[in-house]
Design a protein around this ligand. Structure first.
Ligand code: AMP
Length: 196
């Protein structure tokens, strides 16, 4: 299984390396229904199984209290880095298909519990303001469940449109609310299995 995964990764790398169209994107994943850790792991597998996407880095899993709609279970979140040849709107569609296939039911009201949520945080250093896609994601800076794993993965990365350091943003948010909990679970970047 491990060998097969490595082989697939090498083949995909070769294929994608032939193209000058490879972009780097950071995605935020969250789940608060069912087996939340397994959902995150399955989601990362599904993303990596797409022929135009390769998962290159995965943060630890973090557990956080819900925001906006407080009447729901805690979330498990992480941030992943991908390389992709998909254009931003195609990437969004691809992510929404994965959400649907994983049983996500969209209701009319926002911030409802979900088996999986995939947000595009950044796409190279592009700024996108389409009706259905805004990148960098407009709510990165108010969400510790994004900033903490992002800092773990990319340090004080510069997010287009904001010159504050990620660690300073985290400190500001820590003053206002509970710190989020880093889980001992880590998804292995080589074979995407998770260990505790
Ligand atoms: P949510 O309920 O958080 O999954 O919101 C999904 C909606 O946000 C979809 O209709 C998307 O078109 C829209 N959206 C806008 N910007 C983004 C983004 N950067 N990543 C994911 N969804 C986005």
């Amino acid at each position: 299984m491990l060998r097969l995964n490595i082989l697939i990764t090498i083949l995909k790398l070769r294929l994608m390396n032939n193209s000058r169209m490879v972009k780097v994107s950071l995605l935020s994943l969250g789940s608060n229904l069912g087996n939340r850790k397994k959902n995150i792991q399955n989601c990362i597998h599904s993303i990596n199984n797409c022929k135009n996407i390769k998962v290159v880095a995965v943060s630890s899993l973090y557990e956080s209290s819900p925001m906006y709609n407080l009447n729901q279970q805690d979330y498990i979140n992480c941030v992943i880095e991908i390389e992709t040849t998909l254009k931003p709107l195609k990437l969004l569609k691809n992510n929404q298909l994965i959400e649907k296939n994983m049983g996500r039911v969209r209701s009319l009201s926002r911030n409802q519990p979900r088996t999986i949520d995939i947000d595009i945080l950044t796409y190279n250093s592009e700024i996108i303001n389409e009706e259905n896609l805004r990148v960098p994601h407009p709510r990165i800076f108010e969400r510790k469940f994004v900033l903490n794993p992002l800092f773990e993965l990319k340090g004080n990365i510069v997010i287009p449109g904001n010159d504050k350091k990620i660690e300073d943003l985290i400190k500001e948010l820590d003053k206002k609310s509970d710190k989020i909990r880093q889980c001992k679970y880590k998804i292995n970047e080589k074979d995407l299995s998770y260990s505790s």
